[in-house]
Design a protein around this ligand. Structure first.
Ligand code: FES
Ligand code: FES
Length: 170
């Protein structure tokens, strides 16, 4: 059955069973293998993508339920790996085996989009469903705080801010 999906800003049509999980559509039909299979039961967060900005477990989301929603995967988070979370992840050297990390970053990205300055408690709550068998939790939390700082400082130094506060005429 054909479904037209909007993935990372691009429209693609796939011909798959209606109950196929979005995870398999992304990986096997569209070749977007950054999103990982962990538990297949909505319990680990490895398959997290965004549906209209909301963090969603792709392993338990049938393709037929996605409709016209905008899907974002780790490949679409930024065009060049420059998202503040991707910068912070590198600076904090977060991953160990790396398997869970795309899901971790997608959950964190949804958090920062709705709450740009999260408290430690906010981060714990938002990241609670993302498991890491390598135990990188402390580095993940530090990286999210660092990403929030990077995003804030780049907002404060953006050209729009400069234009909003023009220097006084001489
Ligand atoms: S693979 Fe989807 S939540 Fe574990
Ligand atoms: S880095 Fe290995 S599972 Fe998280």
């Amino acid at each position: 059955m054909p479904f037209t999906l909007n993935v990372n800003g691009k429209s693609s049509t796939v011909d798959v069973p209606a109950d196929m999980p979005l995870l398999w559509v992304l990986r096997d039909e569209l070749g977007l293998v950054g999103t990982k299979f962990g538990c297949g039961a909505g319990l680990c967060g490895a398959c997290t993508v965004h549906l209209d900005g909301a963090p969603t477990r792709a392993c338990i989301t049938p393709v037929s339920s996605v409709g016209g929603k905008s899907i974002t995967t780790i490949e679409g988070l930024s065009p060049d790996g420059s998202h503040p979370l991707q910068q912070a992840w590198q600076e904090e050297d977060v991953p160990q085996c790396g398997y869970c990390q795309a899901g971790q970053i997608m959950s964190a990205a949804a958090l920062l989009a709705s709450n740009p300055q999260p408290t430690a408690e906010d981060i714990n709550t938002a990241m609670d469903g993302n498991l890491c068998r390598c135990g990188t939790y402390l580095r993940i939390r530090r990286a999210i705080q660092r990403a929030a700082s990077i995003a804030t400082s780049s907002t404060n130094s953006s050209p729009q801010t400069a234009q909003a506060n023009p220097p006084a005429a001489r």
